[in-house]
Design a protein around this ligand. Structure first.
Ligand SMILES: Cc1cc2nc3c(=O)[nH]c(=O)nc-3n(C[C@H](O)[C@H](O)[C@H](O)COP(=O)(O)OP(=O)(O)OC[C@H]3O[C@@H](n4cnc5c(N)ncnc54)[C@H](O)[C@@H]3O)c2cc1C
Length: 380
């Protein structure tokens, strides 16, 4: 059993931070989660949870709930942008579950977040707490927040996302490269499609220099989502913001000539958000001493494989396994073991995602979907 006194500060109550908190609380650690947002907002976005992610969600105890609410597409289909010709078809229904030991879910990002939040006691969450400074001493870490408050913790897990403040403090400023692409995304009631027929499976429409991914985000198929990736000439000024709006007319014009199903979606869509896509060089290390990074904070990736949040969930599981039974003297070694276990896999996923070829043609997804963070071997 860990010492009662081992206190852990998790920075960021996103998907990675909440999952980490839930898993560490079960081991008896004194966990507090600090989140800059004053409340959780329902941002319009879908999210795919592949079997490797669902295995962690199962360990969190939320699989049954998600089976009720999430869309389970029978197939993942790739189609040519104009003719609609099918270039690959992966079975995602019972077949994927039988092969990889867990289902494949499609759902609203906010529903996933709320489901994970439901297993984290409210009293460990500190909302409206933006971390601004952090200082390591021999016996712990002092954290300072924008409101002037300060706390001490034995260990810090930074799940503070792609713009991680902790990463900057501990590892210095990092360079982000604009990929030249932006993503437009929207969720809206399927009823807005009127009579237009949309093939009810997860579909990726592959154009010469742009694409669109489409799927339902509810089991009832009453809400639909699409996300694009497309070139943008100048470096767009509002990078990586979930709330920045996009121009529908511009979006519609940029998909001229695409298949009628794509046109129907774009016509029905009431509003879009826009997100600039950046890439980063792999980090030399994921932390120092009693501070470690997790999720997008240490391995941000393009969304082309739908594996960013899945990787954050895998991180949470592996980190919690590395921390099992440790006391304050074991923190740094546990963090190093977690990094050594996770880095080869997340680097490979980052690289594959960047290429944007995943499932375009016939692909064996076993190395991604077959992974089980709950039992995978840990580095020595
Ligand atoms: C368009 C798009 C589509 C995607 N689709 C998928 C998909 O289908 N499947 C998938 O697995 N992944 C997908 N991803 C990736 C996924 O969204 C991310 O990888 C995932 O959200 C990372 O989780 P996280 O917990 O590391 O960070 P986040 O979810 O970003 O959470 C970070 C949290 O930290 C908080 N925070 C930040 N700074 C501070 C601070 N200083 N103090 C306190 N709190 C702070 C933030 O407010 C936030 O709540 C997609 C990404 C994009 C852009």
């Amino acid at each position: 059993m860990p010492q009662k006194s081992l206190s852990i500060a998790v920075i960021g109550a996103g998907i990675g931070g909440l999952a980490t908190a839930a898993l560490l609380l079960r081991q008896g650690f004194a966990v507090t989660v600090y989140e800059q947002a004053p409340a959780f907002a329902r941002v319009g976005s879908g999210i795919q949870m592949a079997p490797n992610a669902v295995k962690v969600l199962r360990a969190l105890g939320v699989e049954a709930q998600l089976r009720e609410t999430a869309f389970r597409s029978p197939l993942a289909v790739s189609r040519v942008w104009d003719t609609g010709a099918v270039t690959s078809e992966l079975k995602l229904g019972d077949e994927v579950e039988a092969r990889f030991g867990a289902p494949y879910f499609f759902l609203h990002r906010a529903d996933l977040h709320a489901t994970i939040a439901s297993v984290v006691p409210r009293d460990v969450l500190r909302l409206g707490c933006r971390l601004t400074e952090l200082e390591q001493e021999a016996k712990g870490v002092t954290l300072a927040f924008a409101d002037g408050s300060r706390v001490h913790a034995d260990a810090v897990i930074a799940a503070d996302g792609v713009h991680s403040t902790v990463r900057e403090i501990v590892l210095g400023p990092e360079r982000a490269h604009f990929t030249g692409k932006v993503a437009y995304r929207a969720t809206f009631p399927a009823a807005l499609l009127g009579g237009a027929k949309i093939t009810p499976v997860r579909t990726k429409w592959w154009g010469p220099d742009r694409h669109m991914v489409v799927y339902y985000v509810t089991a009832a198929r009453d809400e639909i989502y699409f996300v694009t990736s497309q070139p943008e000439q100048a470096e767009w000024m509002t990078p990586e913001s979930w709330s920045a709006k996009g121009d529908l007319a511009e979006l519609r014009a940029s998909f001229t000539g695409f298949h009628p199903e794509v046109q129907s979606l774009l016509q029905a869509c009431p509003e879009v958000h826009k997100w600039a896509l950046f890439e980063r060089d792999p980090l030399p290390n994921w932390g120092e001493g009693r501070v470690v990074l997790l999720g997008d904070a240490c391995h941000p990736m393009t969304p082309y494989m739908a594996q960013g949040a899945a990787s954050a969930l895998e991180d949470a599981m592996v980190l919690s396994r590395c921390m099992q039974g440790i006391d304050t003297g074991g923190v740094a070694a546990a963090f190093k073991r977690y990094e050594a276990t996770r880095k080869p896999r997340t680097s490979r996923i980052q690289l594959q995602s960047s290429a944007n070829t995943w499932l375009r043609g016939e692909t064996d997804p076993a190395w991604v979907y077959g992974y089980d963070a709950c039992i995978a071997s840990l580095a020595d």
